[in-house]
Ligand binder design. Structure first.
Ligand SMILES: Nc1ncnc2c1ncn2[C@@H]1O[C@H](COP(=O)(O)OP(=O)(O)OP(=O)(O)O)[C@@H](O)[C@H]1O
Ligand SMILES: [Mg+2]
Length: 354
């Protein structure tokens, strides 16, 4: 008898939307709790570092090479046999088309070979769903702040298996993109977010008053803009260099980071309060940022809002998030995807599943 018939569902999730080949395995119990059994990642980030950004063809090739070994490793670590797996979930989009294709082709092959349903899922919905692995089921409507390499959005989530409503989003750069670009101009390695986070610990966040984008009285209250901030940092650094003065890297990093997390947290709290929602969930790679986590906690405490943020390793791309969302779709009785499912590099959040 399968685990699904006994009430537990084992889902294997595959993530290949960017440069991480992620394979996660979760067990979802009937009471809605999701246990993480394996979360294996093979990253090609070092191969992209010298280009200062992800090279799509290099990422696709790396996914091809890493896929089968990573799936095997995840099954071994979870102590799960292929016959124990009840469903395969995979990121169908958004992401790099060629990279997505490798994961989707692999997921289809495993689903056919193991004779289980396939769930093509939305990568952004998965960044939100992964928190249930750590903090339990989403018990009530939740405001999600999704901050990653490609997105910065405020989302209203009523159920993980239902379409997600976007309240606001960045009108130019994503928060992670701003971290990466500013890190580059400060001479820090790619991807820059973790390096800015580290260097900023020795800096003064109030040293330089960088602009807070889209916070004027006539600006869209739930949208973000980070491109002006990035330019302001570049101009400030260039002026110093022109004058032959040393750039205080730690102060610039701390002041830039403060400008980003100040706006992110202020708008997230505002959106939650306006919508009558008392729970904030932060997801995506930038949610790993230590200052964002600390400021969000302080501001949520002051506003009487419960804060949920997954541990840093679950914030950046991984397979566990895909498995987690897949397990909620199975439990909600959502129909599986067709085996001729295409990738959708611009998949909108109105579709959590493909
Ligand atoms: N500690 C940190 N502080 C700030 N930014 C961070 C930190 N850790 C990672 N990041 C940033 O997170 C981003 C990567 O996040 P993620 O893997 O979720 O993005 P992505 O998958 O490329 O984009 P998307 O999910 O929008 O498709 C990078 O821009 C990276 O610099
Ligand atoms: Mg991501």
């Amino acid at each position: 008898m399968s685990r699904a018939a006994l009430g537990d569902t084992v889902v294997l999730g595959i993530e290949t939307s960017c440069d991480e080949t992620g394979v996660g395995i979760v067990r979802r119990r009937q009471d809605g709790t999701v246990e993480l059994l394996a979360d294996e990642i093979a990253s090609s980030v070092d191969e992209h570092a010298r280009f200062g950004g992800v090279v799509p063809e290099v990422a696709s090739r790396a996914h091809l090479e890493a896929m089968v070994p990573t799936v095997r490793r995840a099954l071994d670590i979870a102590g799960v046999k292929p016959s124990d797996v009840d469903a395969v979930a995979v990121t169908a989009g958004p992401g790099l088309a060629g990279a997505l294709l490798v994961g989707l082709a692999a997921a289809k092959a495993y689903a056919v070979a193991w004779d289980v349903p396939l769930y093509g899922v939305n990568h952004l919905g998965a960044h939100v769903a992964v928190d249930t692995v750590e903090h339990g089921p989403l018990d009530r409507p939740t405001l999600a702040l999704l901050v990653s390499g490609g997105h910065s959005s405020l989302l209203e989530v009523t159920s993980l298996a239902a379409p997600i409503r976007t309240l606001g989003a960045t009108i130019d750069d994503a928060a992670g993109e701003a971290f990466d670009k500013v890190a580059r101009l400060l001479g820090l390695p790619f991807p820059g977010g973790p390096h800015i986070d580290r260097v900023a610990r020795d800096g003064d966040p109030a040293a330089i008053a960088f602009p807070r984008g889209l916070t004027g009285p006539r600006d869209a209250i739930y949208d973000f803009s980070f491109s002006g901030l990035k330019t302001a940092v570049a101009r400030w650094v260039e002026a110093r260099q022109r004058d032959g003065v040393d750039v205080p890297v730690a102060d610039v990093a701390a002041s830039f980071q403060e400008a980003v997390v100040d706006v992110l947290t202020a708008k997230a709290i505002r959106a939650a309060t306006d919508s009558g929602i008392d729970q904030l969930l932060i997801g995506g790679g930038v949610a790993a940022n230590s200052r964002l986590r600390a400021l969000a906690q302080t501001r949520c405490d002051n506003a009487g809002i419960t804060l949920r943020v997954p541990r840093p390793k679950l914030c950046t791309d991984n397979g566990a998030m895909v498995a987690a969302l897949g397990s909620h779709l199975v439990a909600a009785g959502v129909a599986p995807s067709r085996l001729d499912l295409p990738t959708d590099s611009a998949m909108p959040l109105t579709r959590v599943t493909a």
